[in-house]
Design a protein around this ligand. Structure first.
Ligand code: SAM
Length: 220
């Protein structure tokens, strides 16, 4: 199995686990695929502003990110720059090739490691990160099995005591319409506790807010 060094981290491929939940999805099944509306929103300065001023303060309240954060599915980097003000080192993972190129241009001089890879098969060794974070990524994984692989992979790359933080939308018909031509497999918040427990996490907490929710969990 090949190893390469990215942002001081030896990167490799890994294994996964499955589970029983089966959300539905529509559209292009390739990892990372989004429709034009999602691209427009995720690339907007409004989303960047809301992420920095509203979302991250809520998502990260009471969270100790430690010294090395893995941002999963960084997209247009709406959170990445702001996250850099909160943690000394960031590695940003993204599957979409043009997003990776954009992130590299945007952040290469700022010491942020940009890695192309799949969230369900993280290209990193075990126990490298102090925290992992995914904003609006999980509903883009086609099946619950793939989402469970993300939970397992985030767990694997966390050091003991490290924290996994996620922000997701709840299922709503408007969200389904907004994802026509894209992947839409919303995580059922009632499944978060059993699924994260099965992956080995402890200290799991979940909060909902206006059609969305956040959850946190610790690798013991
Ligand atoms: C809705 S966007 C959110 C982007 C960013 N987190 C934000 O809040 O602006 C979802 C991102 O996750 C990425 N993504 C989806 N599935 C992925 C996977 N399996 N591996 C890596 N990235 C993925 C997509 O390419 C896209 O950039």
């Amino acid at each position: 199995m090949g190893l390469r060094r990215v942002n001081g981290v030896l990167a490799t491929a890994s294994s996964w686990q499955g589970s029983r939940h089966q959300p539905r999805y529509t559209g292009d099944p390739r990892p990372g695929s989004m429709n034009a509306g999602e691209h427009l929103i995720c690339s907007s300065s409004l989303w960047r502003h809301l992420t920095a001023r509203r979302l991250l303060p809520w998502l990260l309240s009471g969270v100790e990110l430690g010294d090395h954060l893995l941002e999963i599915g960084a997209g247009y980097g709406a959170a990445t720059g702001e996250l850099q003000t909160r943690v000394s080192r960031i590695t940003a993972l993204e599957y979409n090739r043009s997003a990776v190129n954009r992130l590299t241009r945007q952040f290469r001089d700022r010491g942020i490691g940009i890695v192309r890879g799949n969230a369900s098969q993280l290209p990193f060794r075990d126990q490298v990160f102090s925290s992992t974070l995914a904003i609006l990524v999980l509903h883009h994984l086609r099946t619950a099995e793939l989402q469970d692989q993300v939970f397992a992979e985030a767990f694997r790359v966390l050091r003991p005591g490290g924290i996994f933080v996620c922000f997701e939308i709840s299922h709503h018909w408007l969200h389904r319409i907004a994802h026509v031509g894209s992947i839409y497999a919303p995580v059922d918040p009632t499944t978060v506790f059993p699924r994260l427990s099965a992956a080995g996490y402890s200290d799991i907490s979940l909060d909902t807010r206006r059609g969305a929710f956040r959850f946190k969990a610790v690798r013991p």
